[in-house]
Design a protein around this ligand. Structure first.
Ligand code: SAH
Length: 339
């Protein structure tokens, strides 16, 4: 809002016009003409000098059974013209407690996880805070529904773009904007330890998820190169610090890959390493991404593992498979639209 107030002043208007702009943009306005409480002369000046960079809908897939919708968005380049490289995905999901949007934080990703479609698409650039918020506003416009929860679990590594992520969460929280509680926001990281520490200090009320997927350094490094920089002892140490500092339960994501991390031995190792931690394990049947060669373990095995973990005192559930018939894995829509 401060930036918009400064912008309004620069254009010879009173600062409160900037607040009006902020409110309109956060309501999802697609043009300055819609902003009927701004003087006509200001609206005309805005038309000439500025644009509202809401992403453009390039593709959408709808899962008719559960209402999940996956969007492929295109962002304008600095000149306001469409930029072919600048595409990301968001996924809209309906839950009992409200609507949730899975938001992307980068165009592509640098982490290079072996099973992930976003890695295959390559890294293009970071998204800005506004472009992350744009996904939310555009999704609300498309679905005509309010989004109550945000998970930053789409394309990209949010802690590799920390400042923009932080700006985005603050925008969501702004009382003149969506006024969303930090409790309704969750960020997922592949394990950038400095980011975890900073996040615990900056957003103690928000949720944190860590993509674990394997519990030996050798095995985890083979599928997640980030593990070479921040090995498991350090990562689990940071996770413990997080739960101590915030009092919040941490979520560990564990994508079940057939023959890679789903044996009884893998499960025992998980029990051994996570026992006593304030955590929840979210088992994700891997979405098959043809190009990676990895296959999912299947729901039956996932349920077995969840039972075993729960019996051993580790809270675990199998992620509800929303949108399984629509290329649900992040990065897939973008990957397949390129062909
Ligand atoms: N970079 C962040 C957030 C984006 S990925 C992170 O790694 O946490 C969101 C989640 O989807 C991560 O747990 C990721 O490992 C998982 N994921 C990636 N590819 C997948 C696939 N093909 N099937 C299931 N989950 C996948």
């Amino acid at each position: 809002m401060d930036e918009l107030k400064a912008f309004a002043t620069e254009m010879g208007e009173k600062p409160f016009r900037g607040k009006q702009l902020f409110v309109w943009i956060n309501r999802g306005a697609g043009s300055f003409q819609e902003m009927t409480d701004l003087p006509k002369s200001f609206r005309e000046k805005l038309e000439e000098t500025a644009y509202i960079g809401l992403p453009q809908l390039l593709d959408m897939q709808v899962d008719k059974a559960d209402g999940t919708r996956k969007f492929l968005w295109g962002f304008p380049g600095p000149d306001g013209e469409p930029d072919e490289e600048a595409t990301v995905e968001s996924v809209f999901m309906k839950y009992k407690y409200g609507n949730s949007l899975c938001v992307s934080s980068q165009i592509g990703c640098r982490m290079g996880c072996g099973f992930c479609a976003s890695a295959l698409g390559g890294f293009v650039r970071n998204l800005t805070s506004g472009e992350m918020l744009g996904q939310v506003l555009a999704a609300e416009r498309e679905t005509k529904q309010t989004i109550n929860h945000i998970v930053v679990m789409g394309m990209g590594e949010p802690f590799d773009n920390y400042d923009a992520l932080s700006g985005f969460l603050k925008l969501l929280h702004d009382p003149a904007g969506k006024n969303m509680s930090y409790r309704n926001m969750t960020v997922s990281t592949s394990g950038l330890v400095p980011g975890i520490r900073k996040f615990a200090a900056d957003f103690p009320q928000a949720g944190l998820a860590i993509s674990l997927h394997r519990l030996t350094d050798e095995g985890r490094s083979a599928i997640m190169p980030v593990n070479r920089r921040y090995p498991l002892t350090e990562l689990l140490g940071a996770a413990r610090e997080y739960t101590q500092a915030t009092g919040r339960r941490i979520t560990f994501e564990y994508a079940l890959i057939r023959g890679e991390n789903d044996s009884d031995q893998d499960v025992q190792l998980m029990i051994q390493k996570l026992r006593g931690m304030l955590c929840h394990v979210n088992l994700i049947p891997l979405n098959d991404v043809k190009e990676t060669g990895f296959k999912g373990s299947g729901r039956a095995r996932a349920n077995q593992i969840a039972e075993e973990l729960n019996r051993s005192g580790i809270s675990a559930t199998v992620r509800r498979e929303l949108g399984s018939d629509i290329d649900g894995a992040c990065g897939q829509l973008r990957l397949h639209s390129k062909k």
